[in-house]
Design a protein around this ligand. Structure first.
Ligand SMILES: CCCCCCCCCCCCCCCCCCCCCCCCCC(=O)SCCNC(=O)CCNC(=O)[C@H](O)C(C)(C)COP(=O)(O)OP(=O)(O)OC[C@H]1O[C@@H](n2cnc3c(N)ncnc32)[C@H](O)[C@@H]1OP(=O)(O)O
Ligand SMILES: Cc1cc2nc3c(=O)[nH]c(=O)nc-3n(C[C@H](O)[C@H](O)[C@H](O)COP(=O)(O)OP(=O)(O)OC[C@H]3O[C@@H](n4cnc5c(N)ncnc54)[C@H](O)[C@@H]3O)c2cc1C
Length: 672
């Protein structure tokens, strides 16, 4: 319908090629470092290619589809992927293979909660017999499960959950009930339309006594008709800010009966006579959430920011607007220091959080191995670290994606840029898997307890909180000094708020009031604690990684930039704590600006090294060839509103005015 408009040679493509020629490091080697080795890059590319070459997985750009089409296509593709492309024994969150598959997944998919929450819960809460029964069914997609914890009335405060599972000795069943409207399960992904089972978190009641939250497998739909079972009311909660392809659902249960064996009973059991047997700590009930907080940030936040950086930096390298030299040619907006100041620190965030996250995954895997041997002594530490890490990463990456979107000017507002999709995908990561504020408070609770102990009684990674403040020797901008600066700040924040808590409680104020009145400083201390962890982990990675000098230099510069950018945006905190002087802050700012200038020529190369394929981004601004304007026009042509030259509804409603206008103009014409 539209004629083609093409330039003979796109200036933008030429510009981006020049950027690549100017890069001062081997891009492929940085890709290998990012992936964890050359072999891993090869394996990831193989998996990505397998998915991208598969004709079943092709579909129109998401910004041209309705929600219904997006849900339908995602379900068709996900079912196909699960049965044909995923290894038979599933994928283990935290493994490299899991990461590679997550990179290969189509831009929209669903059934993932089944994979990342339902299956892991069967494994961690089920007895051997239960795992043997449910796991093969779940792996084969013979049963599809949601993770049904949150209710309409309660998400954060799990002790307030209202859904009940009452043991009926006569029939040896649990009777599941949502006593009020606010008790219905609300939000679980894949639950509204696709799931036929749910892992329901409910308050266990035996002979009128409450035993707290337990995990039950509840069948919600018939396996042959897919109709909701008697007593079950289930559906989609409606459209949200994003997640269009996912049927986040509601589930209301009235007298739904399940066999006694459907209580996942590795950690606690109900005997036929109603005796309750506790086999392990109640805290392990929360283990599924630790698992997700450790393993989701990479795919749900860090990769999302990496894509947003790729789009914004490639676009900024070809978008020319305004003059730097009076009388000279228009410059790429990436040449403005202010544009570099927006975008390059986001790249540093991607690297810092990715490598720090790998450290947490390793710690968590060690914890799981110990737990298998009955040792859960590290649970509190891993909970505190993973809670604040999830909160900090989701917060930093969400802010970063919005910075990238705005840095693309008007085109960043267009769905065709791919950036609004990324923003809507990443924003809920600040809420799901534990609302961020609530998680920071959990970390602070642990830190305040630690602050009253001796260093020798604390885990190695926490002992610095109660040890003497360290001196910085030499420039604030050295990596060693950055670590000291963040450690000192975290220790002083935690000690400061602990002092406040103690003073208030010594004056006789009730603990819950003390806590509420200290919560602003508690959250600050948890943020500083996790920042010192991230910086420390990134510095260790940069120091230890085996790579060529140019790559090492880039990583060191990104690491230093990450620390300095944080200091420069929060300098008041560092000054208030007395960790830095005004002179330090001035130096930190100048050094950040120098680093931006130094990294600028490599910016396109650094985002190329993430190695995202064009189809994994669906972005007219971020495609590899830099051909932004033609792509934007081609995408606009696909808008469903452009199907006809005359849109019937606009014609119908506006025609009377137009006819009036025509008559007036013709009258004027005839008068003249
Ligand atoms: C098929 C095809 C395709 C397949 C393809 C596969 C292919 C490929 C694979 C590729 C995959 C692709 C990638 C994946 C993509 C995924 C996309 C999915 C989209 C997004 C999914 C989104 C999912 C989102 C899911 C969700 O959102 S699920 C809901 C999450 N909801 C929460 O997270 C509630 C927060 N609330 C709380 O966590 C608690 O409620 C509360 C605040 C602690 C209570 O606080 P309080 O009341 O104080 O607590 P108490 O109970 O008294 O306990 C207090 C005592 O316990 C302690 N302690 C509290 N915690 C814990 C804890 N953890 N662990 C240990 N201890 C704990 C605490 O330290 C204290 O110890 P003490 O100091 O006493 O010693
Ligand atoms: C896209 C998406 C997918 C989801 N998927 C699932 C799923 O698969 N399964 C599932 O069970 N759930 C799921 N959820 C639900 C999610 O886990 C909850 O929304 C989340 O845990 C937050 O709980 P809430 O909504 O009750 O928030 P609230 O706790 O009501 O938060 C509201 C405000 O109150 C504040 N607040 C709450 N408690 C405190 C406190 N103690 N101190 C200070 N401030 C406080 C919060 O900081 C926040 O500002 C999903 C949610 C989303 C958005």
């Amino acid at each position: 319908m539209f004629s083609t408009v093409k330039d003979d040679m796109s200036i933008e493509s030429t510009l981006i090629s020049k950027e690549r020629k100017n890069a001062k490091f081997p891009v492929e080697e940085l890709t290998n470092v990012w992936d964890g080795g050359k072999e891993e890059t090869e394996l990831r590319r193989k998996i990505v290619k397998l998915f991208e070459d598969d004709p079943v997985l092709k579909s129109p750009p998401i910004c041209t589809m309705t929600r219904e089409e997006r849900f339908t296509k995602a379900t068709r593709k996900s079912a196909y992927i699960y049965r044909n492309l995923i290894p038979n024994n599933g994928l283990h969150p935290g493994s490299r293979e899991f990461e590679h598959f997550s990179r290969a997944m189509p831009i929209e998919n669903n059934l993932l909660v089944h994979m990342i929450a339902f299956i892991p819960c069967i494994k961690s809460f089920g007895s051997q017999e239960q795992v043997a029964k449910w796991l093969p069914l779940a792996l084969n997609l013979n049963i599809i499960g949601a993770y049904a914890q949150t209710e309409l009335g309660h998400g954060s405060f799990l002790r307030g959950i209202e859904t009940e599972a009452t043991f009926d000795k006569k029939t040896q069943e649990f009777v599941i009930n949502c006593p009020k409207v606010s008790s219905m399960k609300w939000w679980p992904g894949d639950m509204g339309l696709n799931a036929n089972h749910a892992l329901v978190m409910a308050n266990l009641i035996i002979d009128g006594k409450e035993y707290g939250m337990h995990a039950f497998i509840v069948q919600i739909r018939d396996l042959s008709t897919h109709m909701p079972l008697p007593g079950v009311t289930v559906g989609d909660i409606g459209s949200k800010m994003g997640f269009e392809a996912i049927d986040n659902g509601f589930l209301y249960m009235k007298n739904v009966r399940i066999p006694r064996e459907n209580l996942l009973n590795k950690n606690s059991e109900v005997k036929p006579d109603g005796t309750y047997v506790k086999k392990a700590s109640d805290r392990l009930m929360y283990g599924s959430m630790v698992n997700l907080r450790v393993n989701l940030p990479k795919s749900q936040a860090i990769d999302v920011l990496a894509k947003a950086c790729t789009i914004a930096i490639r676009y900024s390298a070809v978008r020319r607007q305004g003059l730097l030299n009076p009388g000279g040619a228009e410059v790429a907006v990436l040449d403005y220091t202010l544009q570099q100041h927006k975008l390059i620190p986001q790249l540093a965030t991607v690297y810092a959080t990715k490598f720090a996250g790998e450290g947490i995954i390793k710690k968590h895997q060690a914890f799981l191995q110990n737990m298998a041997k009955g040792n859960i002594s590290d649970l509190a530490e891993i909970h505190a670290l993973s809670a604040s890490f999830k909160a900090s990463v989701s917060e930093q990456c969400t802010e970063g994606v919005e910075v990238c979107r705005r840095a693309c000017g008007g085109h960043g507002y267009s769905q065709a840029s791919g950036l609004p999709f990324l923003l809507c995908k990443i924003t809920p990561s600040c809420t799901y898997e534990g609302e961020n504020t609530v998680l920071y408070l959990q970390t602070a609770r642990y830190l305040v307890k630690c602050a009253s102990k001796q260093a020798a009684d604390l885990p190695e990674s926490i002992a610095f909180l109660v040890q003497p403040i360290q001196d910085m020797k030499g420039s604030i901008t050295s990596l060693d000094n950055l670590i000291i600066c963040f450690k000192n700040s975290a220790a002083l924040c935690v000690q400061g708020v602990s002092k406040k808590v103690n003073e208030m409680s010594n004056k006789g104020l009730a603990m819950h009031e003390v806590w509420n009145k200290s919560s602003v400083q508690l959250v600050k201390s948890a943020k500083m604690y996790v920042m010192q962890y991230i910086i420390g982990a990134f510095v260790s990675f940069v120091t230890e990684v085996k790579c060529s000098e140019p790559i090492k230099e880039i990583l060191q510069d990104l690491c230093c930039l990450y620390g300095l950018h944080y200091i420069n945006t929060h300098s008041g905190e560092f000054l208030k704590l007395g960790v830095l002087s005004a002179h330090h802050c001035t130096l930190a700012e100048e050094t950040e600006i120098q680093l931006l200038e130094k990294l600028r020529p490599n910016a396109v190369g650094i985002v190329d090294a993430f190695d995202f394929t064009d189809s994994s981004m669906e972005s007219c601004l971020g495609a590899y060839d830099g051909n932004v304007y033609e792509r934007l026009f081609d995408m606009a042509k696909l808008s469903p509103l452009n199907k006809e030259k005359v849109h019937q509804e606009s014609y119908r409603h506006l025609r009377p005015f137009l006819l009036e206008g025509r008559d007036i103009l013709e009258g004027v014409k005839s008068k003249n």
